[in-house]
Design a binder for this molecule. Sequence first.
Ligand SMILES: [Zn+2]
Ligand SMILES: [Zn+2]
Length: 191
Amino acid sequence: METLLLVVQIILAFVGAMTAGLWLALIIWTFRDMRSRSRDVFAQILAALLVAVLFLPGMVIYLVLRPKETLAEAYERSLEEEALLQGIEETLVCPGCAMRVQADFVVCPACHTKLKKSCQGCGRALNMRWSICPYCATPALGGVPVQAAAQPTQAAPAVSGGFFRRAQRAPEPPAETPPSPSVEQPEQAEV
Ligand SMILES: [Zn+2]
Ligand SMILES: [Zn+2]
């Protein structure tokens, strides 16, 4: 009878030690896992405490609620997105005539669609979406400098032509303005 009691005691002690070991291991694993998913120290301690207090049910709750991505995965994904965006910007195509254009082109050389506006402060080519120049911090006005760039092509023939030609020229500006909204729309669609 005494030996049976001893065997039961040994088994209980063994099971108890195993459980305690598992408990400790799960707390450490949870803390490490949370540390790879969040920089928030409070969240790391809270996750470890959750498992420490509730043990296996706490572990289930943690697995349900933990952030899906680890910090390394999130970083990798941001790099991939950045590379993808750069790939899009590298193969620039004129939205007016689908001709390939360089990134620093202000106007499409084939169809005169305005691709960039130039800064009034430093004269650099700015993306149509930008509201401020990133080089000199001058606020960029929507399309104003580009109209100035487009004027020479309109003004030059007007000087050579007489009154009759100017009268003919009047309907032209509306014909040239439609390309400009079509420039902005595809760029907004990219965003
Ligand atoms: Zn074009
Ligand atoms: Zn500038």
